[in-house]
Write a protein that binds this ligand. Sequence first.
Ligand SMILES: [Zn+2]
Ligand SMILES: [Zn+2]
Length: 428
Amino acid sequence: METKYSAPKGMKDYLYPESFEMERIYSTASEVLEIHGYKKIETPVLEKAELFYRGVGEDTDIVKKEMYSFKDKDGELLCLRPEGTAPVIRAYLENRLDGLGLPLKLYYSGPMFRRERPQAGRSREFHQVGAEAIGSDDPLLDAEVISLSCLIFEKLGLRDFKLLINSVGCSNCRHSYTGKLKKFIDGIEGDLCVDCRARKKTNPLRVLDCKRGSCMEALKDAPVIRNFLCDDCERHINKVIEALRDMEITFEENERLVRGIDYYTRTAFEFVFEGLGAKNTVSAGGRYDDLAETLGGPRTPAVGFSLGLERLMLAQRKAHASSVSSRTLDVFVATVGPDAREFAFSLLRMLRRSGISADIDYLSRSLKSQMKHADRLGAKLVVIAGGEEQEKGEVVLRELETSTQETVSVDSLPHSVKSLLSGSVCDV
Ligand SMILES: [Zn+2]
Ligand SMILES: [Zn+2]
């Protein structure tokens, strides 16, 4: 149907059962995170744009090309949040959360916005769950944060993921590395795109995450920071690796892995799923020991990750791991004749009070079309209310999948429904 209004480009409505899958991912993630001591934080969807200029970095694609920013009526530049870490650290500093004892473990979930070119697994409004462990530089915490994604994937029935890790060093080791990288880039400058040539002057590290094929080809022999780590950074990544081995988490070291955000230091990691195309990173994160300081706070080492729900749902569809049943309503209460309506409503209330999902006809349909509607709603059972059974204090209880039915007393209805549902093969 041609309609007058449509959702903004790159944004969409999440309909059932996708909306239900999202909810399930959120609750699975919360469960895993809470077990590990993370507490939920909600930050505004709007932030001052300055936060991301400072935090994420002015030369990153996210800030330079993809932020939805606008001037508010009082002249303040605001933006829709493009990521969750800078807002959490802003909230941590603003609310003096260090008083709660360190490390402080926080998690968040909700929509993020980046004005990218829409394609599979990449939309302009996307949803994330993320966690931040703030106030410790213990490498065991890096390993714990990495393990969270593994646990969430496993709980969702997903196994075909690959963990890539690297160290991107600290400001000390980056200094000597940047010099070498600059020299290399000077030699291949002619092969780089306009953006990269500009980045070379302002932030040569960002040249490494250019997505253009020609730039990637020209940079394939560029020096990697992994070979320029200072002793502390080397020790740190080795301890993270050792901890991952102790936890029996399989990983691949990838010395080309850099994240497209300025705040990362030391550990950087990504979880990729095969078969998702170019955008196959489902979860990613790392350490960001300098971010709090960059945002005007005291030095506060921290590590975190975020997980993209849209890509995770793509991975689930690829793995057929979705367990959403097509039968989604427990009981439809069908009514025989208008006289039975009051009786039917009392049964409806009784079922719902017992925690059974139930619905009824509101369009005065015939019994035949009520049955059809029950099927369309995905009802597992139909209670037929009215007729001679009503006089005997009984109802007919029919199983839609098998078309078998029995007569049960009204008093035992919730009990009969529950025992049929628990034996039902189409149970969620
Ligand atoms: Zn270092
Ligand atoms: Zn480029």
